[in-house]
Write a protein that binds this ligand. Structure first.
Ligand code: FNR
Length: 190
């Protein structure tokens, strides 16, 4: 069976640059015969994590749903924006809730393979958000990380109208990382 890869971005804004990267990654992954599921976190809205809320109302249905979705895939591609040198609260909060679902035993999804890319409108391509994102998915979700980091600087100029990457070295890196993600995910699948 084809390797199942989940793709998501850390922004739900119209015209989001990280969503463009996620869309392109999804396309590349499908080209190498992965079974790709692309989601928007807009469809997985969750309140800001609060331990009282969890105790009183339990975990949000969307957190459980997303945890089960990760469990049903072998690999994950995340495209993150950079907010104040780190990941946006949308992404951090989602990962926090999903890590709680895993910790309390509802869905088991440690040892999935993750590839992370970042975008920003500046010159560093969200490199600091990318480092934090890697740290968070490793600590919170038990991710196995593809070492390569895809950093898209001046991302507003990096995609053409059909969503293709115009910066050749980054385009090549993205293709290579997608191949690594599919290969390693397939090999580690249980
Ligand atoms: C930003 N942006 C930004 N860019 C960057 O390179 N380093 C940074 O630290 C920040 N900080 C930051 C904070 C906040 C609150 C906002 C709203 C924005 C710019 C940001 O990377 C840019 O707006 C991206 O386009 C946002 O990602 P999406 O929505 O395009 O995916």
């Amino acid at each position: 069976a084809p390797t199942k890869i989940l793709v998501l971005a850390g922004s739900i804004r119209t015209g989001s640059l990280s969503t463009k990267l996620a869309a392109l990654a999804a396309k590349e992954l499908a080209l190498i015969d992965a079974d790709v599921t692309r989601i928007s976190l807009a469809d997985y809205e969750m309140p800001i994590y609060n331990g009282d809320l969890e105790k009183e109302k339990g975990q949000p249905e969307n957190a459980v749903k997303l945890a089960r979705l990760i469990a049903a895939h072998q690999g994950v591609f995340i495209a993150t924006p950079e907010y104040n040198n780190s990941v946006p609260p949308l992404l951090k909060n989602t990962i926090d809730w999903v890590s709680r679902v895993e910790a309390t035993g509802d869905a088991k999804f440690r040892n999935r393979v993750y590839a992370i890319g970042s975008t920003s409108d500046g010159m560093i391509g969200g490199a600091r958000a990318l480092i934090d994102c890697r740290k968070i998915v490793q600590a919170g979700l038990g991710a196995i990380l593809i070492p390569s980091k895809i950093e898209v600087s001046r991302a507003q100029d990096a995609f053409n109208e059909s969503g293709e990457m115009t910066v050749e070295p980054v385009s090549k890196l993205l293709k290579r990382v997608c191949r690594q993600l599919v290969d390693l995910s397939a090999r580690l699948a249980d």
